[in-house]
Design a protein around this ligand. Structure first.
Ligand code: SF4
Length: 420
């Protein structure tokens, strides 16, 4: 979502006469769009600004804007701790950037904009055309979260659940397709909680978007297991453009830990959804997120997670040691010993890697459908993805193939990349 937000921020700047620069040594305005999901992200902001200060010691100071969830969470504290920052702008306030720039350039004052004005944000952004011209693009359809998992800051930084109007989403999708998009990934912190005016659901939206003749693929992320409803599961049969791959974070395979996390679903309910999806479309593959060493996690709880991984056979996943986020209920709970956490993470990641390698190896000599996305920096090879999102390096294709679905025979693979 930060990638999508960064592009929209860039569109806002462009409409105010700014140009995007990839040379951070010579800019008038420096924007750090931040994520607060891990502890290190906050400290990274301060170290990035420290580097910036050094670079600009003998030059005119650029305007420094910190946007995103770190800005939302840290608020005034950021300007107090680092006076080099001119404005902190939360994720629901970046539509105000043009006004802030005007005032900052006139040296009126420093800014802290961290209100939750998500309706105003999308009202303003809807009138601004999304200038993304990639083959595979993101579209935010939903923001915020009402689930309040005990470890997570999102409900405090992105606010409560909000769904954009289907008309505006469809307009944005049509525009992006005209710009060359062939694959749309619908985004939301809780994307499958999408519900417009209490009746229009994510499944309705997917079926509508699927009618766009030039669009080839649809994906969505990130989903909550509790919102994996039957109408959405049925979409995997009804809409061929919906790719047979689902990122469905489970975090833990232990009912005790899921309860401690306030995840609002059980291991069995999670596995039930997986079974239903496999029945609807046997091709479907899964990925997940795992938190290792959550407060109270015993050896048995950890083994429950391992057994769940073996059962589902996730083809790739994100896994982290539990990191307490200030202000969340879990941050007050007793931590698991660091050595134990690290040991468990290694076991879990080794298993995930083994499954992933096996899945990639299984593709060797098989023919896969790949969407060609772009030419690689080496200018010789091309990049694409299979239906299940596996990255593929392509030889013997050309610029005319960009944006097309092509059939390729996979001839070798490693942990991450399958080579054709
Ligand atoms: S559902 Fe996801 S975004 Fe919401 S609180 Fe839980 S982990 Fe955070």
């Amino acid at each position: 979502m930060n990638e999508y937000d960064s592009n929209r921020i860039s569109d806002l700047f462009k409409s105010n006469g700014y140009l995007r620069s990839f040379d951070s040594q010579n800019v008038n305005c420096y924007i750090l769009n931040t994520c607060h999901i891990r502890e290190k992200a906050t400290e990274k902001v301060y170290s990035d600004i420290g580097r910036l200060k050094k670079n600009y010691r003998n030059k005119t100071k650029p305007l420094v804007l910190v946007t995103g969830c770190v800005a939302q969470a840290e608020n005034d504290e950021m300007i107090r701790r680092e006076p080099y920052i001119d404005a902190v702008i939360g994720p629901q306030s970046y539509q105000n950037i043009p006004n802030i720039l005007f005032s900052l350039n006139k040296k009126i004052k420093k800014f802290n904009l961290t209100d939750f004005d998500v309706i105003e944000k999308f009202d303003k952004l809807n009138s601004l055309k999304n200038s993304d011209t990639n083959v595979s693009v993101f579209v935010t359809i939903q923001e915020g979260c009402d689930k309040f998992c005990n470890f997570c800051v999102v409900p405090y930084t992105r606010g409560s659940e909000y769904s954009r109007s289907p008309e505006e989403i469809l307009k944005e999708v049509d525009h992006l397709v005209l710009n060359g998009a062939k694959e749309i990934t619908l985004l939301g912190q809780n994307v499958n909680a999408y519900l417009y005016k209490k009746k229009f659901r994510l499944s309705d939206l997917i079926l509508k978007i699927g009618k766009n003749k030039k669009l080839k693929r649809i994906r969505y992320t990130t989903s909550h297991p509790k919102d994996m409803t039957d109408d959405l599961i049925n979409c995997y049969k009804q809409e061929k453009k919906l790719m047979p791959f689902l990122h469905l974070p489970v975090q833990s395979g232990s009912d005790k830990i899921l309860k401690n996390m306030n995840r609002k679903h059980t291991r069995e309910e999670y596995l039930d959804s997986i079974d239903k999806l496999k029945k609807i479309n046997p091709e479907i593959k899964f990925s997940s997120d795992f938190i290792v060493g959550y407060p109270g996690e015993s050896e048995k709880d950890f083994n429950d997670t391992i057994s769940l991984i073996k059962k589902v056979n996730f083809i790739n996943s994100f896994s982290f040691i539990y990191s307490p986020r200030p202000g969340t209920p879990a941050s007050k709970m007793k931590m698991v010993d660091t050595k134990v956490q690290k040991k468990r993470l290694i076991i879990l990641q080794n298993l995930l890697e083994k499954i992933q390698m096996q899945k990639n190896n299984d593709k060797i000599e098989k023919v896969e459908e790949v969407l060609v996305e772009n030419r690689l920096k080496n200018q010789i090879q091309y990049f694409g993805r299979t239906k299940d999102l596996t990255p593929v390096i392509l030889n013997d294709v050309s610029d005319v193939d960009i944006g097309n679905l092509i059939k390729v025979r996979i001839n070798k693979s490693d942990k991450k990349i399958t080579v054709w």
